[in-house]
Design a protein around this ligand. Structure first.
Ligand code: NAI
Ligand SMILES: O=C1O[C@H](COP(=O)(O)O)[C@@H](O)[C@H](O)[C@H]1O
Length: 256
């Protein structure tokens, strides 16, 4: 069982979702290039993930890493995704190997597979009765350079798993939105990930026993074009939310 966890990108939205539910469950070392603006659990390291020495130091005594730091913008230019998302991720994996870390959970993205959303398939694939599913076994088809950087992060994970036996889970996160699903956005509702399901999924990534996995990070939405079967089977993911239980910002279904 993981005890000491390094959370990169801790000051961001996904970091806040994870810490919002799991703050008391682990010994946290948080890392971000931006200093904290509010009180956070554990120790906070202000560093850039491209700084090899700083990341190496931050990795000391760590059991598991949740690697979120990076440029999350779908329109991010190559000049940003190359250092922040690709090289920074390589630095994190290298330091994890050197420190004897067991597991790295990597925040990948729906944009790694964005070009499966072809004109022929959309918007039907965003709807409840459509049966099209991606399940993580398909090749990446990035929708933008940001998606290329996320697919590359997955590939780096594959390498560090095969070469060094590091356990790596790549979570293709859908659309993380706080409180309620995106409104008037079918695609976003199909790939909604609630804050509590996000925290639970990353917890499963650092607790479960596996080798290398690519899973989709969405809630159990009625509308979906990403399968969550693999996350359930291998990681023990048990999502509690479903965008169909919401009408705008009002919950109309029962809370699980
Ligand atoms: N929010 C979402 O719906 C989704 C997020 N993701 C991925 O999840 C991760 C976190 O995303 P968000 O929390 O939404 O973004 P965010 O921008 O809120 O948080 C990212 C954090 O990483 C830090 N960071 C960025 N580059 C860094 C570097 N070189 N060194 C150290 N810290 C750095 C930033 O200061 C920020 O606090 C990203 O990798 C993103 O690509 C993927 C799919 C969907
Ligand atoms: O990877 C990401 O995806 C989410 C959802 O994508 P969108 O196309 O529905 O906006 C995005 O909000 C997030 O910023 C990004 O990191």
């Amino acid at each position: 069982m993981a005890q000491s966890v390094l959370l990169t990108g801790a000051a961001g939205r996904v970091g806040s979702a994870v810490l919002g539910e799991l703050a008391d469950d682990y010994e946290w070392r948080l890392l971000d290039r931006d200093p904290p603006t509010e009180e956070m659990p554990g120790e906070f390291v202000v560093a850039d993930i491209t700084d090899e020495e700083a990341v190496r130091e931050a990795m000391d005594g760590i059991d598991a890493v949740i690697h979120l730091a990076g440029d999350p913008r779908k329109e991010a230019p190559w000049s940003s995704v190359l250092p922040n998302n690709i090289d920074g991720t390589r630095v994190v994996y290298e330091a994890a190997i050197d420190a004897g870390v067991d597991t790295v959970a990597f925040a990948s993205s729906n944009h790694a597979v964005g070009h499966y959303e072809t004109d022929e398939r959309t918007p039907d694939m965003y709807r409840k009765d459509d049966e099209f599913r991606l399940d993580g076994t398909e090749l990446p088809r990035p929708g933008n350079l940001y998606g290329v950087s996320k697919a590359t992060g997955e590939l780096l994970g594959r390498y560090y798993h095969d070469e060094y036996d590091l356990s790596v889970a790549c979570v293709r996160i859908g659309n993380l939105t706080k409180g309620h699903p995106p409104i008037d956005y079918e695609r976003g509702q199909a790939m909604w990930l609630s804050y509590r399901d996000c925290a639970h999924l990353f917890e499963r990534c650092i607790e479960a026993d596996y080798g290398f996995e690519i899973v989709y990070g969405i809630s159990d939405n009625d509308r979906k074009y990403y399968s969550i079967d693999r996350a359930k089977e291998v990681l023990g993911y048990e999502p509690r939310d479903n965008s169909a239980e919401w009408n705008g910002d009002e919950r109309v279904g029962s809370d699980r």
